[in-house]
Design a protein. Sequence first.
Lengths: 214, 331
Amino acid sequence: MQEVSMMEKRGEAGAENISSRSLASEPLRRKWTLTQQAFDRLLASLNENRDRAGEKYQELRGNLIKFFEWRGGTYPEDHADETINRLARKIDQGEEIRDPSSYAFGVARMLLLEILKGQERERLALNELPLAHATVDDPAEPEPRLECLKQCLPGLSPENRELIMQYYQGEKGVKIENRKKLSERLQVPLNTLRMRALRLREKLETCVEDCLKK
Amino acid sequence: MEQISLDEKLVVRYLLGRLPEEEQLQLEERAFSDREYMQNVEAVERDLIDEYVRGELSDFEREQFEKLFLASPERRRKVEFARALTNLVSETPLAERAARSVIRQDAISWWDSFLARLHGSGLVLKFSMAAAALIVALGVFWLMTETIRLRAQLAQLQAQQQSQPRDAGKSAQEEDLRRQLGEQQQRNEELARQLQSEQQRLAQLQKESARSSPSRPIIASLMLFPGLSRSPADRPALIVPRGAEQARLQIGLEKGDDYQRFNVELRTAGGEAVRNQNNLTARATRAGRSVVWSLPVSLLSTGEYELTLKGITDKKEIEDIGYYYFSVLKK
């Protein structure tokens, strides 16, 4: 059986973030820390099979990250990990939870309220600075990103390159028309085309981020 | 593949935080239980980011977007990527040409398409395509004349038979002609196969031609320098040639305009808003530091324009930098 540890599941960076960085706007009251035993119990509650439980854990964490991202959380990964911590604590304390995933989303919504309240407090404290605008600080200028994108693009096959360039071509109305024609030409449903373009875009996004780190 | 039902407007409202809590929960529940739906939401999210970057959102939408999307580093990275992708797509002639060909593909015949390609191809490709077309044309011509000739002979013979008594010699001649016609039909079929094969070859050549020699789109460009007079006589003019699709305005900056991001607003001389674009960045050009802005020519008409350049400070405050005046002349 494959051994699953907390570090493996969250990744080094994620674990480090939890311990070293305080959650945005959240009061510092985390006395309970996630132990290996609590994590094992959490996995067991997700599935009897350890490997399957690992997959379910990853899926849950990914969905929680998306949830916090979509709802405007400042550090979605940290918020997701904090949600899982709270879920694991409940399980570790012996509470019987029938559907851990649903329970986790209940916890996430509560945590989101805390975060939003904290953000509001910060905003007031910073004398009515617009929310989130004050935190915009991206060190990477778009030019290096564009250069990286140009380097990454040849990594796609010519067909995929053409697909992504055509899929994202044009402004609103033109773009929609382009996509319809493209789906007809490639003889694939529009939805399949959308998924293909998304996967290619994600691939390029990852490549560009890796390129920027170099 | 099953077509997913996706209400894109609903997803956009969700992503901008404009759905009631109950509907938000419903959408999230579906997204987290249905992987395909989740991916669709992500695709709509990317489109929304692109629209923000292209300045296609309304003021209200833009405000909501900035509040939610610029909150996390991960999402800011997505916005920056979208900006780079948008620049690349608008800068890449191949994409534009290909997109045009997609739109027009169903409206043009392979022959029209061939002629069009011939104009923009390299010498070797031109020769190959011309040779292929010549073979096809000669084949078709020969096939038609031979068939017409044999049919005419046969018809003549049949007419003679009807007016004269049947004899063995004529009958043998008719038999011979029928045999020739049969053979001709076989040759026709063979030629039809060759014709099809040549058409396929021609299509392949067109494809290669399209890959190797993309035709460049016409871009009308204008450099705007800071501190130019408002006087119409001194105004620089953007000459838009027929067939141009994009206008590229290079907005020169003065020393000290060290902002991280820039907003631009374009208005007609009458004050009518034409297009706004936020979060542009400056780049070093031969003429000094400039903000380069590309916009569709379709938004412009012949007349006078005023461009307002604004800088975004580190504290996210927006400051007016200057006004640039120019005229547009569409040909």
